[in-house]
Design a protein. Structure first.
Length: 122
């Protein structure tokens, strides 16, 4: 039963974040790139002021997988690096925290570009 409740929390939070994004796409003139950037920045801000961590603890991957979770990861990495290295951590913490995800994105992009056949749209 606990697993089912956790899945419900994940689905609820992830779904709400997607719903907000879809409403922004449908009801505003914001481009998808601006919306994605806003999600990352919102995650950084909410993570920096301590509001995103309780959501992550409650909803797990429902809060960490979307772009707001990436922003939260960057903020947490900077906090940790500043505690360990001082002011230099501002520049290194976010990239260190996100290195595995960024590396995976590059590797998988390369692999899929090698096995996919390009096609022209039009």
């Amino acid at each position: 039963m606990d697993t089912l409740i956790m899945y419900g929390k994940v689905f609820l939070v992830g779904g709400i974040l997607c719903l907000i994004g879809q409403i922004l796409v449908d009801r505003t003139k914001l481009t998808p790139a601006r919306i994605l950037t806003a999600y990352v920045v919102a995650g950084v801000i909410l993570g920096a002021i301590g509001l995103y961590k309780p959501l992550v603890e409650w909803a797990g991957t429902g809060a960490t997988v979307p772009l707001t979770g990436f922003g939260y990861l960057l903020a947490e990495g900077v906090k940790k690096a500043v505690d360990e290295k001082g002011i230099l951590g501002i520049f290194t913490g976010g990239l260190t925290a996100a290195a595995a995800g960024l590396c995976a994105a590059v590797v998988f992009s390369f692999v899929f570009s090698m096995v996919s056949k390009p096609a022209n749209k039009g």
